[in-house]
Design a protein around this ligand. Structure first.
Ligand code: CMP
Length: 142
């Protein structure tokens, strides 16, 4: 059965461009509830740990630098089939391939500065939610 949470980050360039409000609006309009949320700034070490799965990729060092370069918003989002539905809402990783009406089509700048992160599986959603939040930080709507 598909899980009901996903983890998103609004990335540093989108926060710097004052897109927090518009992006959260799109998220709410798509039927997601915010179960936990915070504005924070990742240290280099935290960004390395969050993206450890990509540590063998050529873009890893730049990604870590970028993700620790400024404030981000991290949030746990809740709705049925959350991971898949959120990936539809954000669009392709590369905004050049993102469909009209997606968050990345509207707000992303480049493949790296692609406005938002979304978990890629139910399993990773749980790991990523625990990375940012304690159980006591979460509101349960269900
Ligand atoms: P995200 O969904 O946060 O997951 C991994 C991130 O790595 C991705 O969004 C992009 O920001 C970045 N990324 C993925 N592929 C590339 C690439 N080929 N070159 C540079 N950055 C990438």
């Amino acid at each position: 059965m598909a899980g009901n949470i996903t983890l998103t980050m609004i990335k540093p360039e989108a926060v710097a461009k004052n897109y927090i409000g518009p992006i959260l609006n799109m998220i709410n309009e798509a039927g997601f509830k915010i179960a936990a949320m915070k504005l924070t700034k990742l240290s280099t070490r935290q960004a390395e740990a969050f993206y450890a799965i990509h540590s063998d990729k050529p873009f890893y060092a730049d990604l870590v630098d970028f993700m620790s370069s400024g404030p981000i918003v991290a949030a746990i989002l809740e709705r049925d089939n959350a991971v898949e539905e959120f990936r539809k809402l954000i669009g392709a990783t590369n905004p050049e391939n993102a469909e009209e009406g997606t968050i990345r089509k509207q707000y992303a700048e480049s493949l790296q500065k692609n406005a938002v992160h979304g978990s890629d599986s139910d399993e990773n959603a749980l790991v990523e939610a625990d990375f940012f939040f304690a159980n006591s930080d979460r509101v349960d709507y269900m």
